[in-house]
Design a binder for this molecule. Sequence first.
Ligand SMILES: Nc1ncnc2c1ncn2[C@@H]1O[C@H](COP(=O)(O)OP(=O)(O)O)[C@@H](O)[C@H]1O
Ligand SMILES: [Mg+2]
Length: 319
Amino acid sequence: MAAELVLRTEKLAKRYGRIQAVDGVSLEVQRGDIFGFLGPNGAGKTTTIRMIVGLIRPTAGRVELLGRPMPAARRTALARVGAIVETPAFYGFLSGRANLELFAAMSGGAPRARVDRVLEVVGLQGRDRDLAGTYSYGMRQRLGIAQALLPDPVLILLDEPSLGLDPRGMKEMRDLILDLNRVHGITVCLSSHLLAEVQQVCNRIAILDHGKLLYQGEVGRLLSRTESFRVRAEPAEQARHAVAGFPDVAGVRGENGVLVVDLPADRVPELNARLVAGGVRVFEISPVQASLEEVFLQLTGPAAADASAHPSSLKTCAS
Ligand SMILES: Nc1ncnc2c1ncn2[C@@H]1O[C@H](COP(=O)(O)OP(=O)(O)O)[C@@H](O)[C@H]1O
Ligand SMILES: [Mg+2]
């Protein structure tokens, strides 16, 4: 069964004068995803989100939110979509609660119980009567998410939700996002330039650089593209010799007393058998996962221009 798409963009593009801020981006966010737009500063993340929610018009391409074309269906689609684009502004002289009530009143109203509920979800109950001006940065971010939750959305879009947060604030934000997704069933789409953040919370990602989509798909799949294995065996010299002489081994290097072996995964059992038959004691053969950082640098680094000329070496966006 095909997954339900809550957000789809098709060859979305935005040009500012000579700057192609977003260049043919086709995204597919499925219901239930925590979807990450990952990209360095200036990659076009904010511009993409602003086009998605209808704050700016695309130069080309299409957006479908909850199955409806934007911006034509802006009212109906946005009634079930919450968004924070850039740091939300609040009145410092009003309480957190009063800010939410004011915002709710301006956008068609929300029952008092809903305001209570969103304050509770983001963990601001108890502090809701304090002036927003006295809130920490993390609390203001959470108040922003509370605001985005007011319409009881099926999808929320968060532009750099961890920006400016300290490690504890980032952990709280991660937990809140996971909670919104797992407990409250909300599909989350967030942008970030922080690899660790995305790796820890997102199940699917899109990597954006210079307005172009470099990858879209599951985080796990992106990271498991390498076929390298860590081999810990003794005696070490004999193990290295046996591995180096094994057919299909594309490379061997030593790292902290263990061997890192480039080898097709289906050849691992034979390698193991060969080592054991040769009298080598095998303690461990385990896949080496590239970090998202390594993959990201590989995709966006100077060599990426070459790689994109060879589609086989790079999985570009899903068609
Ligand atoms: N209103 C604007 N006018 C001109 N250029 C813009 C405008 N908004 C964004 N840009 C440019 O578009 C590119 C993408 O910006 P942005 O979407 O903010 O990136 P990100 O959010 O990934 O950091 C940048 O080069 C930026 O300078
Ligand atoms: Mg941005």
